[in-house]
Design a protein around this ligand. Structure first.
Ligand code: DGP
Length: 142
């Protein structure tokens, strides 16, 4: 497996070199909206420590990421009146991974509404800003 590339797009977001719609941050974890959401509220949860994917991440960092994914899943259920949540996580190109900093997708789902194809369409900034506001409010409400 290739080594971690510190110039990947998510590393740049983590360093604040590129913008994002931030949802959550703690000392080990960072979460922001996917700009090509498969459904409203589609969020990516990352460890702050460099890790290419599930195959090289430190288990304790992975544990933190999963804990935060659960928080965001619960907030997504409330914020988007969702009926369920899809969790996705891809490893290496053959496994469907496109950006090589570990991330877990948290996708609120409505009954009978199919997900859009992966990375199909960039969402409008005002829509993403509104979705981020709703998720952040639901997280704050607990
Ligand atoms: P994957 O590596 O296959 O898990 O997919 C990467 C995801 O990242 C895909 O759903 C689209 C999203 N994405 C790609 N570029 C950017 C970006 O610059 N900002 C954000 N927020 N998301 C991105």
């Amino acid at each position: 497996m290739p080594s971690y590339d510190p110039n990947n797009i998510f590393a740049k977001i983590l360093r604040g070199e590129l913008p994002c719609y931030k949802i959550y941050e703690d000392d080990k974890t960072f979460a922001f909206l996917d700009i090509m959401p498969r459904a409203p509220g589609h969020t990516l949860v990352l460890p702050k420590a460099p890790a290419r994917n599930m195959l090289d991440v430190a288990p304790e960092d992975l544990g933190h990421v999963i804990g935060v994914a659960q928080k965001i899943a619960k907030a997504g259920m409330k914020a988007f009146a969702a009926d369920g949540i899809t969790i996705q996580q891809f490893n290496e190109g053959a496994g469907g991974q496109v950006v090589f900093h570990l991330h877990v997708h948290v996708i609120p789902r409505r009954e009978g509404v199919p997900m859009k194809p992966p990375a199909s369409e960039k969402e409008k900034p005002d829509v993403l800003a509104d979705h981020a506001k709703k998720l952040v409010a639901a997280l704050a409400a607990g």
